[in-house]
Write a protein that binds this ligand. Structure first.
Ligand code: PLP
Length: 451
């Protein structure tokens, strides 16, 4: 019987995260205040702990993973690397398909990889409370779990429409001891103003960020946590690619192309950046690293590379990234984790400089790929992960046409057990494809901050 599961011992959980900033061909553009000046450390220290800010700006190649963090990681890490042999056979492709299964974490996605160290560093500097926002609940549940590990109280502002429609994720957060409020709430100025204008507001991620940041900025015992986009988040996620490299050595194989779904870019950076180090050093010059996004929110493929705000209300520093404009209204597609107007500045820079690529895929085809994968491999993937699966299957079918036996890796960022309502819509034929119209993108790009 052929080996299809490549597992590492707990002792082999990496001891350091990889910081790609040390190997970038050009230095990254710094975040700026809305006035175009550098952001002061004091402003950032009001909401983030010192050690995370240091990581955010660090140029060191290897950053040690605290032992306390590795001890929590071992609850589910190292995550398995699986050869999708049955999917290969179903497709009749000469390509070899592998996936890294991040769905095995307690919260069911890659997000605890950064939630745990974020809770740890906050605990280390004496923070007792954390605030954060969540859309569909994936990040909120990861933060609730991580806070519980270090005895920190977590308050989650959950976009109201999800709070009402996705009660299971809310209950998960409560099981891990977090407080969950629908946003807009009357707990903050931003929330009260929104409610005064629109009493029936369904909320938005941008508004929930404003509420969480406002509360953290106003209380010395409270900090704020972000689940994607920032450099330190990508840094923590490199554990995915670092493990995958060890596992490919076990398999006696190496990827030719890597696909990952891309919303804010943290899981894609996490799997791809450790491999990029070899590509940048000229060891694997032909390796392709491909971010996969929805055609309805085509940040890397149709956006502008420019300075923009991280949130909808213009509350955060501005960052140089691919963006559709901070007031871009993503349509209600089912891959909630991919509905973000911007992208990680690191991933953006690498796409801009041609070291990484990006493609966009339509929604219905992603569910079709997810179901094909579930039928062959058993695991029901998160709608976000289905984007990478679509791209991997398309590549495998191209290999079938050309006869090339390529090795393809994709990131299975999460399982879809809380997303079955979206699968239901797919099965009943109610899902639609949505290409975001070029005029609407131009319209929101007209509102970029002028620097
Ligand atoms: C949040 C999420 C994503 C997208 O976020 P990134 O920061 O781009 O990784 C992808 N897949 C799953 C399962 C998620 O929960």
């Amino acid at each position: 019987m052929q080996t299809t599961r490549f597992v590492l011992e707990q002792q082999e959980i990496p001891t350091h995260w990889y910081n790609v900033v040390a190997d970038l061909p050009n230095p990254p553009s710094p975040p700026l205040g809305p006035d175009g000046n550098m952001v002061s450390p004091e402003q950032m220290l009001a909401i983030f702990p010192g050690p995370l800010l240091e990581q955010e700006m660090s140029g060191e190649r290897w950053i040690p993973i605290p032992e306390a963090v590795r001890e929590i990681y071992r609850l589910w890490r190292p995550s398995p690397l699986i050869r999708a042999l049955r999917l290969e056979q179903a497709l009749g492709t000469p390509a070899k398909l592998y996936y890294k299964n991040e769905g095995v974490s307690p919260a069911g996605s890659h997000k605890p990889n950064t939630a745990v160290p974020q809770a740890f560093y906050n605990h280390q500097v004496g923070i007792r409370r954390l605030t954060t926002e969540t859309g569909a609940g994936q990040w909120g549940s990861s933060m609730a779990f991580a806070g519980q590990m270090f005895g920190i109280d977590v308050r989650v502002f959950m976009v109201k429409v999800s709070y009402e429609q996705k009660p299971s994720r809310r209950s998960m957060m409560q099981a891990w001891g977090a407080e969950v409020f629908p946003s807009p709430s009357n707990l903050t100025q931003a929330g009260r103003e929104a409610l005064a204008k629109h009493p029936d507001s369904e909320g938005s991620l941008g508004l929930a960020i404003s509420e969480a940041v406002e509360e953290a900025a106003g209380r010395p015992d409270t900090n704020y946590c972000l689940g994607s986009v920032l450099n330190h988040v990508l840094l923590h996620q490199t554990i995915i690619g670092l493990e995958a490299k060890k596992q490919f050595k076990l398999a006696g194989d190496w990827p030719d192309v890597i696909f990952g779904p891309c919303g804010g870019g943290s899981s894609f950076g996490g799997i791809a950046l450790p491999f990029l180090a070899d590509k940048a050093a000229g060891k694997t010059p032909n390796l392709r690293l491909v971010a996969v996004e929805p055609t309805s929110c085509p940040t890397l493929t149709k956006g502008a590379y420019a300075y923009d705000y991280g949130d909808a209300s213009g509350y955060t520093p501005i960052m140089k990234m691919y963006t559709l404009g901070h007031d871009f209204m993503p349509p209600g597609i089912h891959a909630g984790g991919l509905r973000y107007h911007g992208d990680s500045p690191l991933v953006s820079q690498l796409v801009h400089e041609g070291l990484m690529e990006a493609i966009a895929v339509p929604q219905v085809a992603t569910f079709e790929a997810g179901v094909l994968f579930a039928k062959a491999e058993g695991i029901i993937p998160a709608p976000e992960s289905c984007h990478a699966i679509r791209a991997a299957i398309d590549e495998a079918l191209r290999c079938k046409a050309t006869g090339e036996p390529k090795t393809i890796l994709f990131n299975l960022t999460g399982h879809g057990h809380f997303d079955m309502a979206s699968y239901d819509r797919y099965f009943s034929g109610k899902l639609e494809d949505f290409d975001y119209p070029a005029e609407a993108i131009q319209e929101s790009l007209a509102h970029l901050p002028k620097v």
